[in-house]
Write a new protein. Structure first.
Length: 119
């Protein structure tokens, strides 16, 4: 990789980092963090990992959606944004799946009735 390409990658990484700080100060204010996991200038893809208090936060899926929609609009080189909280098992699904008392992992729910009462 040439020095110019490295310089361009560093510039893009700095712009993404500044975007996160400028647009999402609430992440840090609420004890969370946002870090660039991977940045590919050629494909225009970036992976952002939300950590700290973001892991398990009920509104982190909304934060992730906002990051995804805004970043591609504000940074022309970015075409695809992947963001995770670390709670989704490596999936790009925006965080945790809802669970209910009495429900076990992988259990299929019938309809929209919710979990069975324990009595």
């Amino acid at each position: 990789m040439s020095t110019d390409a490295t310089s361009g990658d560093d510039d893009l990484k700095e712009r993404v980092t500044n975007f996160l700080r400028r647009n999402f100060p609430q992440i840090q204010m609420h004890g969370g963090s946002a870090a660039i996991q991977h940045l590919d200038r050629e494909t225009g893809e970036v992976t952002v990992m939300l950590g700290g208090a973001c892991s398990g936060c009920g509104i982190s899926p909304m934060t992730i959606q906002a990051i995804k929609s805004r970043m591609v609009k504000e940074i022309p080189e970015i075409e695809v944004v992947h963001a995770e909280t670390g709670m989704g098992g490596g999936h790009d699904d925006g965080g945790m799946s809802p669970s209910f008392p009495g429900e076990t992992e992988g259990e299929e729910r019938d309809g929209d009735e919710g979990p069975q009462a324990p009595f």
